[in-house]
Design a protein around this ligand. Structure first.
Ligand code: ZN
Length: 181
């Protein structure tokens, strides 16, 4: 889910860009010296789910870089034309081949360092017949005791899982917001 978003060449004409503060702006942008196109790069939304079956959580073992071989909740970049919830359901289908009922928004995590906002929805699995897509080596259920804490792919996944097990012990599920800088 992480990659460098620094622009080197103009997306319109291909000329090497210059970084400078355009007139009437207050931060550096990639500006094309040939066609004057200004590139605005804004944070991306990553949408995913926390799929639950009885006392277990569904995790996916990543088959792609970055963090290949590590475990994640099903999540990926939001696409144009969909809502955050629709994107989360789509990613759960694509990465795990899992059918879910969404229960509600669960965590909103600003990953400031990566220029991303991660949204996770709490969801109930409708069955345990998984069919992982090419981005996933394996999709399986874990009890709290089985969670591979040292082999999780992303900090936002770790935070969401920790919040979930804390909330489950308390018997109530709120919405969790946190910032990673
Ligand atoms: Zn240009």
């Amino acid at each position: 889910m992480f990659f460098s978003r620094r622009i080197e060449h103009c997306q319109v004409c291909g000329t090497r860009v210059e970084y400078r503060i355009p007139a009437d702006d207050n931060r550096e942008r990639a500006v094309c010296p040939a066609c004057q196109h200004i590139h605005y790069v804004n944070p991306l939304n990553v949408v995913g789910t926390l799929p639950i079956w009885e006392d277990k959580v569904l995790l996916c073992k990543r088959n792609i870089e970055p963090r290949k071989g590590l475990w994640t909740l099903p999540a990926g970049f939001m696409e144009l034309g969909e809502t955050t919830e629709e994107g989360a359901v789509r990613e759960t289908d694509e990465e795990a081949g899992a059918r879910i009922q969404v229960l509600g928004l669960y965590s909103v995590l600003n990953v400031v360092t990566a220029g991303q906002v991660h949204f996770f929805y709490r969801a109930k699995l409708l069955d345990t017949d998984f069919n992982p897509g090419p981005e996933t080596m394996e999709a399986r259920l874990f009890t709290q005791a089985e969670i591979p804490w040292d082999e999780l792919a992303f900090r936002t996944v770790r935070m969401t899982l920790q919040n979930y097990f804390d909330d489950r012990r308390e018997g109530q599920f709120g919405i969790h917001c946190a910032d990673i800088r």
